[in-house]
Design a binder for this molecule. Sequence first.
Ligand code: PLP
Length: 292
Amino acid sequence: MTSLVLLLDPLPADTTPTHVELESTMRFVAANEPILTALDAGAGRGDGIFETLGAHDGQVRGVDAHLQRLAASAEKLDLPAPHSDQWRSAIVRVMAELPSDGQASIRLTITRGTDAAGPTCWVTGTAITAEFPERTAGVRVVTLSRGYANDVGESSPWLLVGAKTLSYAINMAALREAKRRGADDVVFTSTDGFALEGPTSSLLVRKGNTISTPAIQFGILAGTTQADLFGFLEGEGFTCDYRKIKVEELHQADAIWLVSSVRLAIPVTEVDGQTISTDLGLTGRMNAALLS
Ligand code: PLP
């Protein structure tokens, strides 16, 4: 597996550097070179944000959408606004060093860093050689409570539920709990009975000709893959909407997917032990559209 690390000296968002100045703010470091101090708030507290972008045959998907979400996460955490041209150039620099065919993932990270030095910023690029059998085989999910009511994003913004923070320990613990229960993945639910999202994915639910996803004001991450897929699915004649989805609706769904930037659209074959029908033809077209 090829992994690249590009370290950034973050620029204030309101500066307009020349190309040369921009390039001088970033440098590749060896993948095993330490780039954080032990005092970095990202390492010590998970205090920071990230984005993961998918790439295919040299093209990165959704750069603007990911940079917008990075900026939205920074604002939620009171971190300095990212300089979007700097991050865009960094993505281009990393992509240029990766193989020009096949899949890859690009990860953007900003930690709060240290008081003395400020935020620590870097971009990694990794060529993906693994297959994704779950794109056709699907995944079995369990519903797990997130322990919050559906309106937590509005009532308790300090819980940062709509920001893509580095604090994914809970999400990873939920995935381990799913494995313990004999499943592969998770749909988080609210304490008042609504389906939210997966630990690393957005949720799509089909009933008849309508494909729904939980609205983001209800404390979930705004998914870039879900947004791209809604464009594709509307072109296929589906009606797409954002709304509250009751957990019971999962059991009555005609199809369910977990979708995200690298794994893409994964059909759900089982919810809490109950079989869910899958549409491999449509799933295949969704993934082909994302990869095109
Ligand atoms: N929701 C959560 C909690 C995630 O971590 C992710 C991606 O990692 C998503 C949704 C899907 O977002 P995207 O489609 O932009 O990758």
